[in-house]
Design a protein around this ligand. Structure first.
Ligand SMILES: [Zn+2]
Length: 257
């Protein structure tokens, strides 16, 4: 057990020395284990393992939501725009910074001191992006689990990722977000339901169930159902279908449990 006195604000005491550190996350619960690691850039990181009081809630008591992974517009698109999760602006800002650092590196002579400096700068930037993204994912996962008791998502579709969405998917780190969400959700009593990737969430009319195969074309952002005439925004309609399919899967699971 590590006493709380080891950490005071942003100062940590290790082996008699006092060190300032920047906090990537709030410390919750009691610190059980503290590890210090040094990475390839020569910087030190403090890792804390904490015991947190476990709160388990019954599933299915609160609101449910379906999210479509957004490649245009919001990062996660919901049925109701007010529940959308926008992509944080730092992703784009830092991407530009990485592009700049890359250009700088390519302008330096091989083997030169300046090249090594530029390389290190690039490595640092990549790390900073990864750290901020991870912190954002953890915060978002907790926020979502506090708000919803059922969260329905599509399984990440590798084929869809390859058709031009790959970069965006990698930037947002959807796969990492989903795994963090699945890790965090039991503490909140939230069920995360993954919809099979063959479920045509974008193509089904949410009103009448008609399947419109033309919607496979991802450039179509809005459409009218040829059968019932309902007007659909691509992502909103998909999010609705994902939520309904998720609830169906969940009730099936609960019936067999
Ligand atoms: Zn319809």
């Amino acid at each position: 057990m590590v006493g709380r006195s080891v950490i005071k604000g942003n100062v940590i005491r290790i082996a008699g020395g006092k060190y300032k550190f920047s906090r990537s996350r709030d410390i919750e619960g009691t610190v059980r284990l503290l590890t210090v690691k040094r990475d390839a850039c020569g910087d030190f990181f403090v890792y804390l393992i904490c015991d947190t009081p476990e709160v388990r809630r019954e599933t299915g008591m609160g609101e449910s939501i379906g999210f479509d992974f957004g490649f245009k517009g919001a990062m996660l698109a919901a049925e109701d725009p007010k529940n959308d999760i926008p992509g944080p602006s730092f992703f784009r800002r830092q991407k530009n910074a990485i592009a700049r650092a890359n250009r700088k590196l390519s302008g330096k002579r091989t083997g030169s001191h300046n090249r090594e400096k530029a390389r290190l700068e690039l490595v640092r930037l990549h790390r900073r992006v990864a750290n901020r993204r991870r912190a954002f994912h953890w915060e978002l996962a907790r926020e979502l689990c506090k708000k919803y008791s059922v969260i329905c998502l599509e399984d990440l579709n590798l084929k869809r990722m390859q058709t031009g969405h790959g970069k965006k998917a990698a930037d947002y780190g959807f796969a990492e977000l989903v795994s963090i969400l699945e890790y965090v959700s039991p503490q909140f009593g939230t069920a995360v339901v993954r919809i099979g990737k063959f479920f045509p969430s974008s193509q089904l009319c949410n009103v009448c169930g008609f399947r419109n195969k033309e919607i496979k074309d991802v450039r179509i952002r809005a459409w009218d159902c040829p059968k019932c005439g309902a007007h659909h925004d691509r992502d909103r309609n998909a999010a609705k279908n994902i939520r309904e399919e998720g609830l169906r899967i969940l009730s099936e699971k609960q019936a067999t449990a």
